[in-house]
Write a protein that binds this ligand. Sequence first.
Ligand SMILES: [Zn+2]
Ligand SMILES: [Zn+2]
Length: 373
Amino acid sequence: MCAGCDAPLTTPLSQVALPVHAHQKYGNAIQLPVLMEPGTFAVETEPWGPPWRRWEEVGSEEAALRGVLAPVHALSYGASGAIVVAPGDTRGTVLFPERLGGACCGLDGREGPNAACEACGSLVATRIDDCSLWQATWLAPDAVRRCPVDGGGDTDVMPLSWAELVAEGSATPPFEPVATWGGSRLGSSHFWSWSPRWVAAAGQALAHLLAASEGRPVTVPDGLVADLFRRALDTLLPTGPSARRAVLAGPELPAPDTGTGSDAHAHADILLVPTHPQTGETWAPADPTTSAYWVPLPFGVWLSLVFPEPYPPVLASGVIPLDVLRDDPLAPLPPQPFRADPRVFHRTMARLPAVRSPWLREILKQNSLTHLL
Ligand SMILES: [Zn+2]
Ligand SMILES: [Zn+2]
């Protein structure tokens, strides 16, 4: 509700983890979907939004106090704790005409809050609907208050167990039609591509994989995991023996051998594990004494990697009924090799303690990095 006048600003909502792609800027003139599922909200625990201060102004010592350990273009000095919701879940807000400048095809919120409480007029939220950004309404943490829902609303629901999540099977498909500005998602103005959510998830995971490499080669399993990471890992990391081995691990999978067993081929040094979509917690193996490095993947992406769908889709038998219009182009295979999201990669990397290591700084200096992301 509005902190100024107590007017309700959203429908009742349940908290979920902040998606990895929350701040993604994807492609050029792309129409991205709504970030949050209806009925959910998530919290950005770090500062976000204006004012931004450039790295040169802030300096490495102060940046480190804010958790940023390597140079970035700019740091947000906005408030932390912004609450993001689906725009359709907001109530009683109106756009504030004086704050709508600076956008491309829509609103990008670069000037801070652009929506006001209808009842009292205070600025309470930032509506974002510009091209290449996820549709969202970010409630300003200092302008709103959370209040518990009476009558046992779904805000009290226990998070699902890992087994329940696997059984539910909400996988994020690796490929999807991406709409260009002005086109509809399944109309003519779209192209098939790697899912923007996969691109963001891989940006985060690749930063962790490089940190986990310890400057040695890293091997990944064949299939989709290789499609995501192998080209980047093989290009950026040295070749040779003594590779560190990354494997998928998580609920319902046999425990990987992370001990110091003699069988070098079975030994896993790096575990690609899911994060919980509601709590954001990273899955932990039953034997938490393992020295393996855990690389987080959003649950839906992880599930697709563990149980991949055949691609291209297997053809059903029979013929298409005559009255089905076939003016769509056939769903083509995504064209380019996979590229992880550069902004998510750098944002993650700048917060990993390993980024201070000279060996990792050397890896990140390579020119090839810009061609891989
Ligand atoms: Zn635009
Ligand atoms: Zn108000």
